[in-house]
Design a protein around this ligand. Structure first.
Ligand code: NAP
Length: 349
């Protein structure tokens, strides 16, 4: 089978380099183009990344001699995975879609647009039908799909089986978010060592609004948002990778603890699609009182699973639990790749 050619926009950033690494020897995709800002253009990827390669796996050989290009829609590829800074992503991604490229984006800019899918393949693959609406309304030859904010993805995976089986009325979440979530170079060491910063710009709004679109019903070319309430408090902590979230939920129906744990174990609606990056178990429950922890559990399911623990009754809402997800893998790079894999099996690319 001929491989699908992939360009990576923002290939030099934290998310971009994670995509470069995750696509090494991918069975369906081959990276043919790397692109970034003016300061990187025209240089060998290995030279640009000399002191910036920041993930523990070494740089794949295929990328080392590639020359970084400008983010203009003249790249030799079928699909672009965008890891662009949100300050520039909107226009660049639209230029690519207009010129006929499929765009799988990590940036926040288009997530809440009514005609652009905000995808988690295990939850709302049917939202792909928005692509046809998008092309019709915007006159684009290509299209854009987006993945959610990293905290949102991590939280939505365990919420989905709960939502389907017992209904959700209220969600309260307090996050402890890793440093790599702020990109490179991110938060100054003087600000974060020995500290917790109780504010991340725009984050709480995203975590409160995106789940309602993701859990929304697709019908007649639009999404009717779900109607539970989400209240979020987001904090930056001195962890390198992995967002931890403490969540309380109010359910629509009564549920036993064992029923909720069983719903996590049974949740894998996309198993039949055999997407190469999909985890065997999207939600992993660890029945130990001191888990999940970033240090021990961030790479569970190759970084593509949400790891849950400490499910117990909540004295204000119904239940509370802790969830951990790899912000760079399931929360960004792996999510954009999984969306691209879904586009392939649904024949959008
Ligand atoms: P980052 O480390 O700051 O990387 C930003 C990338 O954008 C770099 O490749 C940079 O290229 C490129 N860029 C900046 N200005 C540009 C311009 N004018 N033209 C072309 N390219 C430009 O950020 P990140 O953490 O990887 O995040 C990338 C995107 O993913 C953001 O939209 C972010 O919100 C989103 N996201 C991040 C995470 C996470 O965990 N980090 C999770 C979910 C979503 P140069 O190196 O050449 O400047």
């Amino acid at each position: 089978m001929a491989k699908i050619s992939v360009g990576i926009l923002g290939a030099t950033g934290m998310v971009g380099q994670t995509i470069v690494q995750l696509l090494d020897r991918h069975p369906w995709f081959e990276v043919t183009e790397l692109a970034a800002s003016e300061k990187s253009i025209g240089r060998r990827y290995a030279d640009v990344m000399n002191t910036r390669w920041n993930i523990s796996e070494s740089m794949p050989d295929y990328a080392k001699d590639m020359v970084v290009k400008e983010c203009r829609p003249n790249l030799d590829c079928d699909i672009v995975l965008s890891a662009l800074d949100s300050g520039v992503a909107k226009e660049i991604e639209e230029d690519f879609a207009r010129e006929g490229y499929a765009v799988s984006s990590n940036a926040k800019n288009h997530r809440m647009d009514a005609d652009i899918p905000l995808l988690i393949p295990e939850i709302n693959a049917d939202h792909l039908s928005l692509i046809d609406v998008q092309r019709r309304q915007r006159g684009w030859k290509g299209f854009i799909v987006t993945d959610p904010n990293c905290t949102t993805i991590t939280m939505c995976l365990p919420l989905k089986p709960i939502f389907d089986k017992f209904g959700l009325e209220k969600v309260m979440v307090t996050s402890m978010q890793a440093l790599s979530g702020a990109g490179y170079p991110g938060v100054s060491s003087m600000d974060i060592v020995d500290n917790v910063i109780p504010y991340i710009g725009d984050e709480e709004e995203k975590v409160q609004t995106e789940p309602l679109k993701i859990f929304g019903k697709s019908s007649g070319g639009s999404i009717r948002e779900a109607n539970f309430a989400v209240s979020a408090q987001c904090n930056r902590v001195a962890v390198k990778h992995g967002h931890t979230e403490c969540i309380s939920v109010k359910l629509a129906e009564k549920a036993e603890k064992e029923d909720i744990i069983r719903s996590f174990a049974e949740f894998n609606p996309n198993r039949a699609l055999k997407l190469p990056s999909a985890p065997e178990h999207p939600v992993i429950y660890i029945d130990k009182e001191n888990r999940p922890q970033p240090k021990l559990d961030v790479n569970a399911g190759r970084g593509m699973a949400s790891v849950v623990g400490r499910l117990r009754p909540c004295s204000i809402l119904d239940y509370k639990f802790v969830v951990l997800g790899h912000n760079l893998v399931r929360g960004a790079a792996g999510a954009a790749i999984l969306n691209a894999e879904l586009l392939k099996v649904t024949k959008y690319i």
